[in-house]
Design a protein around this ligand. Sequence first.
Ligand SMILES: Nc1ncnc2c1ncn2[C@@H]1O[C@H](COP(=O)(O)OP(=O)(O)OP(=O)(O)O)[C@@H](O)[C@H]1O
Ligand SMILES: [Mg+2]
Length: 345
Amino acid sequence: MAQGLDVGTMNILSARQDGDETVFVQQRNSFVEIDHSDMAEQMLSRSDVLHIRKDNLVYIVGDDALNFANIFNEETRRPMQAGILSSDEKSAIPMIKLITEQVVGEPRQPNELLFFSVPADPIDDQMSTLYHQKTVESLLGDMGYNPEPINEGMAVIYSELADREFTGLGVSFGAGMTNICLSYYAVPVMKFSIARGGDWVDERAAQATGTPVDKVTSTKEGDFELDFETDVGGVEGALSIYYDNLLDYVIENIINEVDQEDVEEGLDVPVVVTGGTSSPDGFEELFSERLNDADLPFSISGVSRAENPMYSVAQGALVAARSEEERTAGTPTSDAGGAEAEAER
Ligand SMILES: Nc1ncnc2c1ncn2[C@@H]1O[C@H](COP(=O)(O)OP(=O)(O)OP(=O)(O)O)[C@@H](O)[C@H]1O
Ligand SMILES: [Mg+2]
């Protein structure tokens, strides 16, 4: 038994193998603080809402936070910002602990192997991901797991490029960050992140049009398409402009970071995009167009989008965890085969 975990700025997701199926559990990485009252107590006692009470305050975490925020007229808050634990949020650690506990559940065996995603250090920001990584690692260790970090971009390669011998460029467009990884035969030769993603697009489009950020986010997550024809001067028009700018910025940084020596001559590199921000129709085509126009130091064979952009990091972390488990157990692939063989010894 092994587990994969995607620790994202907006979403936390686990992946586990159950027979032939992969089972995912997801929660929004956010919470709301409300005053304890009879009404709050009544609402909480009737449901399976994830919450903790501390003195006169109640914290509601995960998917339900937004509903409670609307009812009680409060703002939701986030344990993470720009890909890592937020230094501005004093409740970050207890909140992320609660959400993670719910998403991963109890270990199925003592010290169950769990691969969790961590972003690469950003090239356009001073922040370091080490404190974040070590904190999440220690929370998971306290829950009884054997936690191992995996780079977010590398997790994309594991989930989407198995049929290309784990060779290619994986890009995860998240909420707080964009993570980029170039891999040859499962060895990462280049990995970095940039501190821009969906949140950046939302904030810029909100600022440009004088619209509340939440409204921009819901327009974007609705039926927004990247076609550049509609809504000049409106929210969708502004979203298209900042999407375009984000993609150019990502490509510019890929060009700066790729070392010619990293790329095998004559090899056409497959590119795969994923993450919630890659969801709108037209995204794959736009990225492909921009890559073709750019002066890349390697040639690409094509751009594809993960079948399910929200799940691929958790899925890739699971693939890596299972393969590590098999490697250390030294047994052939079969469901739970590794664990059984381990127990028999
Ligand atoms: N249908 C959609 N269209 C456009 N954007 C979307 C859609 N669904 C989700 N998003 C955006 O995707 C982002 C969340 O994606 P994802 O869950 O991959 O990020 P994350 O892993 O939590 O963040 P990060 O990797 O940066 O830490 C948010 O910015 C959200 O607004
Ligand atoms: Mg992510």
